[in-house]
Write a protein that binds this ligand. Structure first.
Ligand SMILES: Cc1cc2nc3c(=O)[nH]c(=O)nc-3n(C[C@H](O)[C@H](O)[C@H](O)COP(=O)(O)OP(=O)(O)OC[C@H]3O[C@@H](n4cnc5c(N)ncnc54)[C@H](O)[C@@H]3O)c2cc1C
Length: 405
């Protein structure tokens, strides 16, 4: 379903939005657009994908992410999300299982992101789908977003939430770990294997990388992994060769893959991820989610950061705060967590450190829970948000926005 914003029809027209243009409809952008629209602000959200789509992601929702989703009115269980109670770490077939310190969920991004965009629409945000922002600049006190078809949107404030993809002229610094490639594929496991995986996320440490396997909605399973570029190059950059590498190294992974059916021809992939980045630039632009901080996958949870950044930005903005104040506050909330997760991720792709971590986890399984706690958004950051999202919704009634057919 595509909503057209009136007066924007690819004919080089300009439209002025009273308050904000939000670029990118992932969890960060959609949640922010929902909160601002719910508070009565005039907001346009631009999302380049025209409809539901998959993303490279482990699809693991931590307690903090669930907290924010519920504040936005989204109950993951109602979308079919699967509860996850245990983590199982395997290295070369040697395994250790440990209860998670919280109940997590897993849910496909295809479903979750779409539901968040619908919530933004329901709150009164104008949604522009299937068109991308090609340029963003500030001139005469206004931000101008230039769309791929020549139209432009002018707004008082601009929020960049384009996730893994940088806007032209708005490239992020490289981060401290940027030699990893992310890959993801949905599968259907053989019945016995699926039954064994129920309620669990399994992590596999293998030479040059680590993989996560977990059940998602509708009986499907998500396999998502990170591998060092040099290792991937050595095996010819081929997905079957990568699966072979992990299966030969880890008989437990090989067992899981017996009879597994991939649900697309090839995996989705992403490279040049600036892991470890926490944005410092204070140039008047509001950067959210992966544009503000990039935490290594599995070692930390990027979706909770995306949702936290949206809640914090909405609070700051609605209380008259500036983009610079928001950037400082977010950096303060996230620097420690991102630093610890990046250190852990460096260790997770080193052969000797992998062996030491796996041995440590077998001798002291509770350490897995401690590590998971140290790489999450700290409770103090969640508690100190001045206003929760639903309060903003109650505070200002939303006027329905007209949408073109
Ligand atoms: C391998 C891997 C595994 C991961 N696993 C997990 C996990 O298990 N749990 C977890 O919490 N996090 C995980 N993450 C991190 C998580 O995916 C991100 O942190 C999260 O998606 C960030 O949300 P976002 O809203 O900032 O960006 P995104 O979700 O990337 O959304 C950005 C949106 O902007 C749109 N867009 C981009 N450019 C433009 C443009 N020019 N104009 C208009 N729209 C545009 C895109 O289409 C996209 O929908 C993982 C990441 C990777 C790489």
């Amino acid at each position: 379903m595509v909503d057209a914003v009136p007066a924007l029809r690819g004919t080089g027209q300009a439209v002025t939005v009273r308050d904000a243009v939000v670029v990118g409809g992932g969890p960060a952008g959609a949640t922010l657009a929902q909160a601002l629209a719910a508070a009565g602000r005039d907001v346009v959200l631009v999302e380049r994908e025209a409809g539901p789509h998959d993303k490279v992601c482990g699809e693991f929702l931590s307690q903090e992410a669930i907290h924010y989703l519920r504040l936005s009115g989204l109950e993951p269980g109602r979308l079919g999300a699967v509860p996850i109670a245990e983590v199982d770490v395997s290295a070369g077939g040697k395994r250790v299982t440990c209860p998670l310190p919280f109940t997590a969920y897993s849910l496909s991004r295809r479903r979750m992101d779409e539901a968040l965009i619908e919530l933004a629409r329901g709150a009164g945000s104008r949604i522009l789908r299937g068109r991308s922002v090609q340029g963003l600049e500030r001139c005469g006190g206004f931000w101008t977003a230039r769309l791929d078809d020549g139209d432009t949107i002018r707004a008082q404030d601009a929020f960049v939430a384009t996730g893994k993809h940088d806007l032209r002229g708005w490239k992020r610094p490289p981060g401290s770990q940027n030699d990893l490639i992310g890959l993801k594929l949905h599968l259907r496991l053989a019945a016995g294997q699926a039954a064994e995986l129920a309620g669990k996320v399994e992590l596999f440490l293998f030479p040059g990388g680590y993989a996560g396997l977990e059940p998602i909605e509708a009986g499907k399973v998500n396999l998502c992994l990170l591998i060092r570029k040099d290792t991937f190059r050595r095996i010819g950059q081929k997905w079957p060769a990568l699966l072979d590498l992990i299966q030969v190294f880890d008989p437990h992974f090989a067992r899981r893959m017996e009879g597994a059916v991939p649900l697309r021809d090839r995996p989705l992939a992403i490279a040049n991820i600036p892991y470890g980045l926490v944005e410092r630039r204070e140039d008047g632009c509001w950067r959210l989610g992966d544009q503000a901080a990039v935490i290594p996958s599995f070692a930390g949870e990027g979706m909770s950061i995306a949702l936290h950044s949206a809640a914090l930005a909405a609070n700051c903005y609605l209380h008259g705060g500036t983009a610079a104040e928001f950037t400082r506050r977010l950096r303060n909330d996230l620097s420690g967590q991102v630093g610890r997760a990046t250190l852990l991720s460096h260790l997770l792709v080193q052969r000797k450190a992998q062996a030491a971590l796996a041995l440590g986890a077998r001798l002291w399984p509770a350490a897995l829970g401690l590590i998971a706690s140290a790489t999450r958004i700290q409770a103090a950051a969640l508690r100190t948000l001045p206003v929760a999202l639903p309060d903003q919704r109650r505070a200002v009634p939303v006027a329905p926005q007209a949408t073109a057919p």
